[in-house]
Write a protein that binds this ligand. Structure first.
Ligand code: URP
Ligand code: ZN
Ligand code: ZN
Length: 459
């Protein structure tokens, strides 16, 4: 199988030029002007289009038992949505809870992905308790090719770990050369504030944000950084949403703590007024950390452009309207999550690059290259180079459209970004040299996705 992508403008994190790309089997083998190709090669004309490295979403939930229900996607629906939106690799949070056996959980998550992902994928392994079995099990999972952990400082008694467990996880992570990602909110404060608000009859979705205020996220972020500092481990804050948390993480970075920062799509383009909308509209916009005051947007965009925020993920997590309505009488019962795997690249391009907030190179770096580097996938993924996997996005910057649940591929009955305009979209997407998407349609091979083995990075 060979493929020639002709006449495109290649844009990576650090280069921009016109050239052809030739792919043999699954790998880029030549890049240059006026390349020839065998007569049976598939030809893609990329004139007037950009060619980006396949985008990487470092934070998604596909299979997720949460709040007595399950997120809606399968790997088939989630991966097709990802590909249509230009994402060719995703990293799923493997999330057994405290009552589950970690190794059994890991095997369960793997089996779900093996049953039909159309794009490449791997996992962050959640550590949701630390007992006498944990170290041995985590060592086995790392040997199996998973080189990142996940901890939750939130979700008391379910996914959440206490300080002792965080210390033990980070100490082991340091020994193994594994990076630890963390959801940073103070679980005790969230639980107390939820109880207080519900007790006062403040039960609507608009009270979700006040139950997890910015200071609660800042405390979690600062505490995670302090634990990294005192264990020497390397960390990554997931879905950082606001100024006080950013300040804590950046202060830690400035004193030499190895900490990277992810902000997810909803926190750049939605704000807390969406969760304050009446009825089910508000419920659809509940995630944690919550959508914040709009005053955070400018700061987050500027921190992203300057590289203080390293990556942009989605925290993709689809619950449908009926599931969201489980929390109509108490915001604490709303399954958390706003899906975005299909929208991330186009909204980042439209609201970032097109609006002059983000350079093309930072766009590629934050949505692809940096995740590949942090999570042990570079240069196989995250760039366009001879020897790299041929995960390529031929991007049409002239396309104009509108986000709508009626055209989405995610398995859900609403879209949290409904009605937002997009100015650009992938016209061709390849996974290891195979065309999987053309002009908004999945045309490829279901089940093509591979579980990616990753080695520890030892930062
Ligand atoms: O609201 C969210 N973020 N849902 C998924 C679970 C998590 O915290 O990542
Ligand atoms: Zn989280
Ligand atoms: Zn998440």
């Amino acid at each position: 199988m060979s493929l020639l992508i002709r006449n495109g403008e290649i844009v990576t994190a650090d280069s921009r030029y016109h050239a052809d790309i030739f792919v043999e089997d699954e790998t880029i083998t030549r890049i240059g002007k006026n390349l020839d190709a065998p007569p049976n090669a598939e030809i893609v004309d990329a004139s007037g289009k950009y060619v980006f490295p396949g985008f990487i979403d470092p934070h998604v939930h596909i299979y997720l038992p949460f709040m007595a229900t399950f997120a809606k996607d399968t790997h088939e629906t989630g991966s097709i949505a990802a590909l249509v939106g230009g994402t060719t690799t995703y990293i799923e949070m493997c999330c057994p809870n405290r009552m589950d056996d970690a190794l059994e959980g890991y095997e369960l998550w793997k089996s779900k992905a093996a049953a039909g992902s159309a794009c490449d994928h791997t996992f962050h392994m959640s550590v949701t308790k630390y007992d006498e079995k944990t170290e041995g099990q985590l060592r086995e999972i790392v040997r199996d090719g998973i080189s990142s952990f996940k901890i939750f400082l939130a979700y008391k008694n379910f996914f959440g770990v206490d300080d002792a467990e965080m210390y033990q996880t980070l100490t082991l992570a340091k020994k193994l050369g594994v990076i630890t990602t963390a959801h940073c909110e103070n679980a005790e404060l969230v639980a107390r504030l939820q109880q207080k608000l519900i007790g006062e009859g403040r039960t609507g979705a608009e009270w979700h944000e006040p139950s997890r205020p910015e200071s609660v996220e800042a405390e979690g972020t600062g505490r995670f950084a302090t634990f990294l500092e005192n264990t020497g481990a390397t960390g990554y804050v997931v879905h950082l949403s606001c100024q006080p948390a950013l300040k804590r993480a950046m202060t830690a970075k400035a004193r030499g703590v190895r900490i990277s920062i992810e902000t997810v799509l909803p926190h750049f383009v939605l704000d807390k007024t969406y969760a304050e909308r009446p009825g089910v509209e508000g419920l659809k916009h509940i995630m944690s950390p919550p959508l914040r005051d709009k005053r955070n947007h400018d700061l987050l965009w500027s921190a992203l452009q300057q590289g203080f925020i390293d990556t942009v993920g989605t925290d993709h997590c689809p619950f449908d309207t009926s599931q969201k309505l489980m929390g109509k009488d108490a915001f604490t019962q709303i399954p958390n999550g706003i899906p975005g795997i299909e929208e991330r690249v186009n909204l980042l391009y439209t609201c970032g690059v097109k609006r002059g907030r983000l350079s093309m190179h930072r766009f590629v770096e934050a949505a692809s290259t940096q995740a590949a580097k942090l999570f042990g996938l570079f240069p196989r993924k995250g760039t366009i180079a001879v020897g790299s996997d041929a995960d390529l996005v031929v991007y049409d910057p002239e396309y104009k459209g509108t986000i709508s649940a009626s055209t989405q591929h995610v398995n859900n009955d609403y879209n949290g970004f409904e009605g937002m305009p997009i100015e650009g979209r992938p016209s061709v997407v390849t996974v290891r040299g195979k065309v999987q998407v053309r002009d908004g349609k999945f045309v490829g091979e279901r089940g093509r996705g591979k579980l990616l083995r990753r080695e520890p990075v030892y930062f």
